[in-house]
Ligand binder design. Sequence first.
Ligand SMILES: Nc1ncnc2c1ncn2[C@@H]1O[C@H](COP(=O)(O)OP(=O)(O)OP(=O)(O)O)[C@@H](O)[C@H]1O
Length: 638
Amino acid sequence: MTAATKETRGFQTEAKRLLHLMIHSLYSNREIFLRELISNASDAIDKLRFAVVQDASLAEGVGDYRIQISVDADAKTVTVEDNGIGMTRDEVIENLGTIAKSGTAAFVDQLSGDEKKDSQLIGQFGVGFYSSFIVADRVEVLTRKAGTSVEEATHWESEGEDEFVIDTANRDAPGTTITLHLKSDADEFANDFRVRSVIKKYSDHISVPVMMPKAVDAAGAEDEEEAAPAAPEWEAVNEAKAMWTRSRSELSDEDYKAFYQHVSHDYDEPLTWSHNRVEGKLEYTSLLYIPRNPPFDLWNREGARGLKLYVQRTFIMDDAEQFLPLYLRFVKGVLDSNDLPLNVSREILQQNPSVDSMKSALTKRVLDVLQKMSTKNPEQYQQFWNTFGQVLKEGPAEDFGNREKITKLLRFASSHTDDPSQTVSVEDYIGRMKEGQEAIYYVAADNHVTAKNSPHLEVFRKKGIEVLLLSDRVDEWLMSHLMEFEGKAFKDVARGQLDLDDGDEIEKKELEEAKEQSQGLVERMQSVLADRVTEVRPTVRLTDSPACLVVGEQDMGAQMRRILEAAGQEVPDTKPALEINAKHPLIVRLDQEQDEDRFADLAQVILDQATLAEGSMLEDPSSYVARLNKLLTELSAS
Ligand SMILES: Nc1ncnc2c1ncn2[C@@H]1O[C@H](COP(=O)(O)OP(=O)(O)OP(=O)(O)O)[C@@H](O)[C@H]1O
């Protein structure tokens, strides 16, 4: 065994920065430190309960699980004590000297120094133990891990600045005691009444009793003589019943919101929740929340996600990701199952058939909650969509079975409003379809303005046909999995031959004429551009632009191609077709050009411009500039 050693260590750099920023930005909401400490104590008890299932000897000397909180008005201290799992010396160093969460450095970099903004961000990150330093200028921790001996306890102490002191100590029973030495301006928390009210506010849903010493009766208080203090009698201050086991009628919105903060560490209120007990072949209770804010690690694929899993009210694990698909990773909550074994591990979860059934039932539940929100409270749904829409868009690719339900939940920008906000549902679109229109049209580009100004939209605008304007990175990926909705196919307006199929005979005739008249021009252009396009053909889809690019029906769209190229992936080498507007003055002028060199230059410039208009980069921009300059010089000379 290593000799008892006292050592002083420095905090990890990120921990130091976070600590500093946190103390300043959470100042106006100081009481949360108590919630954080109670939450940690309750987690520690959950962990011990779970460990005892495997090894009953760990419960020796522990007694009934409880959290005890006491204040000392003279010494200006608050003490939070639990009989949970405790920590070893190494764990203390690891947990209280560093911030082990992935993405911490990136998170700290996001902090701006603006206290209001930072406090919101910090709220989402979860401040945990460090919040003690908002009210304390010195914090002591005495902890002993269950399964270790009296002398193997650890004492940790810090003033929350640069370093902490750690030493070996004695503790009679396993568990953790945290003593806060309050700052002079925070002595309100050395007041029994004040602390009770904070506990009530935040901890009713905690399943273990949070206790405080019973108030001394009046007769005792009158006694001037200092009597030897008797061991306090403790009384529970909170309700101490696992929140989700209570019936919905017993619970208020405030209860649900407080519990949300406990499971999510989000300081804001959730948008909505769904609490259900399921009986029958499978028995479980779920309480699922849709948050209002994105977690800081929403886009980190390793980030924490999933539900808190309990089996028959015994805590099993945080972040059980097996019960919801990835595209619903924003959902927070609790699942308490009666069917899983208590010794369930992540590996067992992967193989257990009832997990799949629960996953599909919970997925449906969340989709139904969202559907209901979208019809009953569209404004709230819009708020949800603006925050989590991009995540939901991963749904159709991941969850084929629920494609229809997810499609109903999607929202898009559209030529109907021309506004970048994504507010149009597929059902809205279908409701506005022209008579005889069979497809749901969309265009995809890198940004909204490029989509909105796409030359491909010209004929649709002329005919008053709505087109969905897609510009999120995930959009082409999404559309490649959507295919159709209620019998209407999704159709990319920049792909394949235009076939509006709207019985416009005049247009058909115009196209036939254009084909005949431009036969010579098409052949000349094709011979110049053969390396770059599959074919040149006249079109009626353009009204204002001279030309546009069209990808083959089965080829990869331009947006997807750019994303894959940017990610360094190989993309198949396919060429688009160039469609020309035979009526456009530039095309008419091109047709009349006798000088073959100038014809070639002009044809290349028209193709390059069509490429730029769809938001793509030119392969050879300097040649484009040189050709254009040459043409401009000739123009000014003539
Ligand atoms: N009372 C306690 N008993 C045992 N371990 C504890 C206790 N308090 C904290 N810890 C350990 O210290 C770690 C860090 O605690 P901290 O409150 O900073 O973060 P967290 O609880 O993991 O995160 P968050 O509060 O954001 O969920 C915990 O994960 C836990 O392992």
